[in-house]
Design a binder for this molecule. Structure first.
Ligand SMILES: [Fe+2]
Length: 236
């Protein structure tokens, strides 16, 4: 699809990246990996594009920040989409590998890519792929948090390796440039260039990076069903 046929914005919140993507003709859009502090920004962007925000899609259960999906569902009636392996109890549409998430004339193809978490997906959209934390620019998601598996991530990265070099990579976190191509990642990403499965598993399981600062809060928020107010009276 040409640029004039779609709406596309990358939104940065600290190290997290989220995306508003939409069909410009039928004025329907989705938000991918929404972050709670940016919830009103997504709504504002949809309004700016005169579009209806149909779906909030999480590529996986986040352990480092609070997803806005639950809040956007409660407050704005936006449907939440995640892989069927998720534990999150507030999901309206559970997707499988190969499913198409349709909005207007656009659709995202679901690739089930477990490893960083057991519910991780990538979303293919023409010449773009939204990789969540499965593939980062110059890296990949860690596998030592709940639901992680180095073995599964190896297989998932091989699956991405089979896709076209020209596809642009839009990850869930940005530690470098915020967009890359699969061709560049295949050549330069040190996690993608590890030659053997055993070596990759050994590398990933020997890493012990510090836990995300907000892991307890994030996992509790992202895995519980009811929108709760924080503090005294004021909603988030
Ligand atoms: Fe993650």
């Amino acid at each position: 699809m040409s640029g004039s046929e779609i709406v596309f914005e990358q939104i940065r919140s600290s190290g997290c990246l989220s995306y508003v993507l939409g069909c410009a003709k039928e004025k329907i859009c989705v938000v991918i990996d929404p972050e709670i502090d940016k919830a009103t920004d997504y709504i504002g962007l949809a309004e700016f594009f005169k579009s209806k925000l149909l779906y909030a899609i999480d590529t996986h259960t986040h352990a480092d920040h609070n997803s806005a999906c639950k809040l956007m569902r409660e407050r704005y009636g936006i449907q939440v989409v995640m892989h069927r392996a998720t534990d999150a109890p507030y999901v309206d549409v559970k997707v499988n590998d190969g499913d198409e998430i349709k909005f207007g004339r656009c659709s995202l193809k679901v690739l089930y890519t477990p490893g960083h978490t057991q519910d991780a997906i990538c979303l293919l959209f023409d010449d773009r792929i939204f990789t969540g934390d499965t593939l980062l620019i110059g890296g990949c998601g860690r596998t030592d948090l709940p639901g992680g598996s180095a073995e599964s991530l190896w297989d998932s990265l091989r699956r991405l390796e089979g896709l076209s070099n020209e596809i642009r990579v839009y990850p869930g976190h940005d530690y470098r440039e915020a967009v890359s191509t699969l061709g560049d990642e295949k050549q330069k990403n040190p996690r993608m260039t590890i030659a053997s499965r055993d070596e990759f598993i050994q590398f990933m399981t020997s890493r012990k990076p510090p836990l995300p600062r907000k892991i307890q809060e994030a996992l509790e928020w992202n895995r519980t069903p009811i929108y709760r107010q924080r503090g005294s009276g004021e909603g988030i």
